[in-house]
Structures are given as structure tokens and as C-alpha cells.
Write a protein that binds this ligand. Sequence first.
Ligand SMILES: [Ca+2]
Length: 177
Amino acid sequence: MNGLIKGIHKVEVSVKWDPSPAGQPPTDLDIVAATYHATDPYGDPAHVVHFDSRSPDGTIHLNRDSKDGKGFGWDEVLTVEFDRIDKRYARVVVGVVIQQRPGPRTFVSVINPALLIREGYTDLATDDFGAVLGATAATVAEFVRDDSGAWDFRPGVHGFEDDPASFTRVMGAHRRP
Ligand SMILES: [Ca+2]
């Protein structure tokens, strides 16, 4: 499940993890997404979507948010409706950030993290973040509009080890081929 997948219409990006052990600070992961202009696909994001900030056109939104990983099923779910994204935009990058409050944390201390990207009932990609244990954040999906106007999905988890406060600003360039 690691090659290019062509002709994407609507996807769900889901993340789950287990809560911190009793007595320890909560573990909080956040799904974020950024949209990029066709004229500058690796530059600054046109807009960044997180739980408190859906995309202005409503094509990207977080359906579910968790601050601690408690509860059953997927803790955070982001939906992207590619067929409705304006032609001005040609690229969408999705990432997962670990909150660094109250203390620094990387994936090595997140219990049982899991990623699922699917379209309808078809799983497009899964991951356990095992290759990015030292990262504070990671890009987990890249979607690019091709010359025909169709959207392609490029899977792959790429770790980011700097201060995640800067992650959403640079995560587009982070996946430059
Ligand atoms: Ca969260």
C-alpha cells in the first residue's frame, strides 16, 4: 500500500492512540491539514485546517477531536472532499502533531498510535508511526492534483523533529520530492 493511488474523490484520515498511564500527563495528538495554491504548491499554505479552524470552503474538516486518546475507536478523523476543492488549489498535505504541553513528547512515548487513510470502505494506507519514533510531528499524506484535474494520493509517513509550533508553516516544503 505504498505506491501512488490515482483518482481520489473523498478520503478520511483517522488517528488513534491509547491514553497515558494513570498519573501521567495526557497524550494529545492533533491532525492538521494544509492546502496549497496551484501557483506555489510547495510554498506557504493557502490555509491550515485543525479542529478549531475548518477550511473556508468546508472541503476539509475534522469530524472528531480528542485531547487524551480516551474512548473507543478512532480518536481524530479528518475528511477531505477533493471533488469540491477549487481549481486554485493543487495540493493538500496532512500531518499529525504531538502537543508538547505540559512536556516534550515524541512518538516513542505515545502508546499504540495508529493511522488509517481510507476512501469509502477501501483502506488506502495504514501506519503505526514506528519509523518516526523520535519525531514530534509527521506528515502522513500528500494529495496532488494532476494535469487532468484528478487528485492523486502519495502515502508515506515522514517525521519532523523540530519544534512542532513551526510544523504547519513548513510541512508543505517538508515533503518536496
Ligand atoms: Ca487532539
